[in-house]
Design a protein around this ligand. Structure first.
Ligand SMILES: Cc1ncc(C[n+]2csc(CCOP(=O)(O)OP(=O)(O)O)c2C)c(N)n1
Ligand code: SF4
Length: 329
């Protein structure tokens, strides 16, 4: 599927078919033949961005592989809400790895398929940011460095949500979590450090890296489809708001995700073999406050007196992303 930029918004509701678009421009979800890979009956919270992102990503991967797909899934919300024993919401071959080894399990599955000559069957690994950027990071880096034939998808909700909202190395500065309390002189998570796994993946020189967001599901489908058309190690990092952990309204999931993209805090980019090859320009730039104010995890920045200095530091991060990736060009 080539990316067809949609010029006008009034093309019919995305999920029911973009009916005013031509057949070849419509989304995977618009096709009645879609897999429904993550089916009804799962127990994600209302408005869960991770459930939405996974559904769109895996349906797109299934279409791209003509339904010849196996997924390894790290422990985390996505695994827990979709597979309470003895039930499952997955309509695909799916294996639960440990919290930290989804990339290694997927590499093993890919190696076994290669030995058996099953070149038609493709492999995905998926997990949350904790399973990816923290405990699973070594396995992931090994998968990249060996160029194993796996697409790894990280659903980044910026903390360990499954176990009660503890910080991860993807938690943003100033965010309140169960382990970064909003107290003291510098409330919330640390400023200045952190771990940008998309950039680290690019540094491995692997065939394909992309960031995506549930704010732009068409772009997400395109990137997954593109990744499945390539062999070797691939990585997609999807920003998925978590109403429970972020303290946002379930109905605002897309609004929150969009504000992250449009403020520059979550840049949408693509890279091939170590070079940045694509970026999605910001359509209507918004100040970071528009993103932060929608979430109670940042409420301490907007008390009786707003914390202008720390908001300015967050704005500086967004501005740097915009400069670095040319998001306003
Ligand atoms: C070795 C090990 N340590 C801790 C846990 C407990 N545990 C399970 S899921 C999880 C956090 C998952 O966070 P993340 O990967 O960010 O996914 P999310 O739930 O946020 O989607 C933790 C700490 C575990 N299963 N295994
Ligand atoms: S805690 Fe967050 S990531 Fe987990 S199911 Fe609820 S909304 Fe989704």
């Amino acid at each position: 599927m080539a990316l067809q930029p949609v010029k006008f918004y009034q093309t019919g509701t995305f999920t029911v078919g973009n009916r005013l678009l031509g057949e070849n421009q419509r989304a995977v979800q618009a096709n009645m033949e879609r897999t429904n890979s993550l089916n009804s009956g799962h127990r994600a919270c209302q408005g869960c961005g991770e459930a939405l992102g996974a559904r769109y990503a895996i349906d797109a991967a299934m279409r791209a592989t003509r339904n010849q797909l196996i997924a390894a899934n790290a422990t985390g919300c996505l695994e827990v809400f979709s597979t309470p024993y003895p039930e499952t919401s997955w309509q695909i071959p799916w294996v639960h790895s440990l919290f930290g080894n989804a990339a290694a399990v997927a590499s093993g599955v890919a190696a076994a398929l290669r030995v058996k000559g099953r070149h038609d069957v493709r492999v995905i690994a998926q997990g949350g940011d904790g399973g990816t950027t923290d405990i699973g990071f070594g396995c992931l880096s090994g998968m990249f460095e060996r160029n194993d034939d796996v697409l790894y998808i990280c659903y980044d909700n910026e903390a360990y949500m499954n176990t009660g909202v503890q910080r991860s190395s993807a938690t943003p500065p100033a965010a309140r979590t169960a382990t970064t309390a909003a107290v003291g002189a510098a409330p919330g998570n640390e400023f200045g450090t952190g771990k940008n796994v998309p950039l680290i993946a690019i540094a491995h020189g692997i065939p394909y890296v992309a960031t995506a967001s549930v704010a732009n599901l068409r772009d997400l489908e395109y990137k997954v489809t593109r990744a499945m058309g390539i062999h070797g190690a691939r990585y997609i990092h999807i920003h998925v708001p978590c109403p429970l952990g972020w303290g946002s309204a379930p109905a605002d999931t897309i609004k929150v995700a969009r504000a992250a993209v449009e403020s520059g805090l979550f840049p949408l980019i693509e890279a091939e073999h170590g070079e940045i090859t694509g970026r999605t320009a910001i359509r209507r730039r918004v100040p970071v406050e528009e993103y932060l104010k929608l979430q109670r995890r940042f409420a301490h920045l907007f008390g009786k007196q707003s914390d202008a200095a720390r908001i300015a530091q967050i704005q500086a991060i967004a501005d740097r992303n915009i400069r670095r990736f040319g998001l306003m060009e």
